[in-house]
Design a protein. Structure first.
Length: 260
């Protein structure tokens, strides 16, 4: 039974209580994923399923990254076998086109990847912009990230960030590899070089992105299109198989590094 009248102050207290509890509980996690696009959400699903405490930070107030815009706003996504198996596993319906290609509905893909990651135990924080990393030397490694609310970042006012720690940070920020880029720019002793993404070559790009998915420096991993930006690989446009396989691969590598 709702107690009437509902006091405005009680709504505030309920929000503050749970929002601060979240920040307290997730200030230190096993894996921190930056970016809730296809690669980040796939990684979150497999990491959480393996029992790792997984936090995904997304600067928009929504999931999906590049899935929603699909191909030049033609609202279908193409995925090839065997990445199609990942979508089947999370319950996305596949429409067979032929030659191992499948077409899917982007809204369904966003909803089901996010929902399965959450059900597996991953925590999403939306509206959070990652603007720096936390590092240590001897040996050089990444131990966390600096975050500010996206709206504060958009307003262009200066505020110091808050820090979140993790055993592994995953750059799943897409074409600009924002986490790796800031680490490379601000802390050269980490020895990280960014080669920049090349123009389109679908067949090569799909394999190479998965092959080069992995550790950049201790504590920092890269998945999805950020892999192409870091390693100088071609882009592939609106075919999403490698994003899913790369997300699964980075999860497997981290599970092996953290759990042995
Ligand atoms: O761009 P995005 O979908 O990355 P992805 O998982 O997938 C790429 C494909 O969508 C597509 C493609 C495939 O063929 O070419 O582009 O590699 O998702 C990246 C997410 O990261 C968020 C951004 O809003 C998006 O949702 N993001 C980017 N930078 C930051 C960030 C940041 N600094 N802090 C927080 N979130």
């Amino acid at each position: 039974m709702v107690k009437h009248p509902i006091a405005e102050s009680e709504i505030t207290r309920a929000i503050v209580k749970y929002a601060l509890r979240d920040l307290d509980e997730y200030s230190k996690v096993d894996v921190l994923i930056v970016g809730a696009g296809p690669s980040g959400m796939t990684a979150a699903y497999y990491l959480a399923k393996a029992g790792l405490k997984t936090l995904i930070l997304e600067r928009r107030f929504s999931f999906g990254g590049g899935i929603g815009g699909a191909a030049n706003h033609l609202l279908r996504i193409v995925v090839e076998y065997p990445a199609s198996e990942i979508l089947s596993e999370v319950g996305v319906r596949l429409y067979e086109y032929g030659d191992g290609l499948f077409v899917v509905d982007p809204a369904e893909m966003i909803a089901k990847l996010a929902s399965r990651a959450i059900d597996a135990g991953a925590k999403f924080l939306l509206g959070v912009h990652v603007d720096d990393v936390v590092f240590r030397d001897n040996p050089p490694r990444i131990t966390g990230v600096a975050v500010i609310w996206s709206t504060v970042q958009m307003a262009g006012v200066h505020t110091d960030p808050i820090f979140l720690e993790a055993k592994a940070v995953v750059d799943a920020t897409g074409h600009d590899a924002e986490v790796v880029a800031v680490a490379s720019r601000k802390t050269p002793e980490l020895g990280i070089k960014l080669y920049g993404e090349k123009s389109a070559y679908v067949d090569a790009a799909e394999d190479l992105v998965v092959k080069y998915t992995g550790k950049v420096v201790d504590g920092l991993y890269v998945t999805g299109m950020a892999v192409a930006a870091v390693h100088g690989l071609p882009r592939m446009g609106p075919i999403f198989g490698s994003m899913l396989l790369s997300g699964k691969r980075v999860a497997e590598l981290i599970i092996s590094d953290l759990k042995g």
